[in-house]
Design a protein around this ligand. Structure first.
Ligand SMILES: C[S@@+](CC[C@H](N)C(=O)[O-])C[C@H]1O[C@@H](n2cnc3c(N)ncnc32)[C@H](O)[C@@H]1O
Length: 282
């Protein structure tokens, strides 16, 4: 363990900022613009401290050494923006509950039919647990369906938190009255914290997946959530990911984007059918 040192909070030089932005773009597809210097420096200071270094400039110098490849995932974990919430952008969950799942149950129930949903930038888990809560409500305890949620993110720290499923109770208390009972808890995890119930947790597989690398899954998915991550990518990255989403979506399946996101360009196999809801045409 290195002795704690004083961190000299000097501005990231243009060169260092360019160096970090290039590394992050190459490894995660995330575009960091020059005006985000203060935010980037703040986020990197966590790694500066953890490594016992004295400044972000020293951290950049360290990243340039051949032995620093193992630090790249930590760098990515440090720079990601993980803001999320239970039932964020509620209209997607309403669409899932009213229009998507009842139809799939009708089509596939009774034959152990397969239903698959992918939360492709799941952050700390609020999104996939909200999906699980809706699915449990619509599907009940029926065993004639093979229902699973895949929840992935690039950030390994945030995935650990997602998998633990432990949240401050105030997050549940703030939920609208009609959905609050759906997000069941098993009990108290600690003072002021609750743990998502096992029956919801069992529906989800959490895995690390980088959207700009190759994906191991073959699909098809009935619904893909890709919300509030395209905003960090450039047009070229978004277009390449979108093509791959389309190839993994079942015909008639749905893609949900975040509130300020849209397709990088019209896609011949995607039809906008609602607020940031796209349907894959047959
Ligand atoms: C703002 S959160 C969105 C969380 C959730 N989808 C929502 O809308 O509330 C963005 C997430 O995208 C993840 N992310 C960023 N770049 C990624 C990449 N290349 N591959 C996979 N996940 C990525 C981040 O780690 C972060 O958890």
């Amino acid at each position: 363990m290195l002795a704690p040192q004083t961190i000299h909070e000097t501005t990231l030089s243009r060169d260092d900022m360019g160096f970090i932005a290039k590394l992050v773009y190459e490894h995660a597809g995330i575009v960091i613009r020059e005006h985000k210097e203060a935010m980037t420096r703040g986020r990197l200071s966590r790694r500066v401290k953890a490594l016992g270094l004295g400044s972000v400039a020293e951290y950049c110098a360290f990243l340039k050494t051949p032995g620093a490849t193992g630090e790249i995932p930590e760098l990515i974990n440090a720079v990601t923006t993980n803001h999320t919430a239970f039932f964020r952008e509620r209209h997607h969950f309403d669409h899932l509950r009213r229009d998507v799942l009842p139809k799939l149950v009708q089509e596939r129930g009774g034959r152990r039919g397969r239903i698959r949903i992918w939360s492709s930038a799941c952050s700390s888990g609020e999104e996939p647990y909200s999906i699980a809560a809706i699915a449990r409500d619509v599907l009940g305890a029926r065993h004639d369906l093979d229902f699973r949620i895949l929840a992935t993110d690039i950030d390994t720290d945030i995935l650990d938190r997602a998998e633990a499923g432990i949240y401050p109770l105030e997050l549940f208390e703030r939920l609208p009255a009609d959905i609050k009972p759906l997000l069941r808890l098993d009990g108290m995890a600690g003072r002021g914290e609750g743990r998502i119930s096992d029956d919801l947790r069992r529906l989800i597989a959490f895995k690390r997946l980088n959207l700009i690398e190759t994906w191991p899954m073959r699909g098809p998915f009935d619904v893909i959530f890709c919300r509030n991550v395209f905003i960090y990518f450039d047009t070229q990255t978004k277009a390449a990911i979108l093509d791959r989403f389309v190839s993994l979506l079942a015909p008639g399946g749905f893609l949900y984007l975040g509130h300020s996101e849209s397709l990088p360009q019209p896609h011949p196999q995607l039809r906008l059918i609602g607020r940031t809801i796209y349907e894959r045409t047959p």
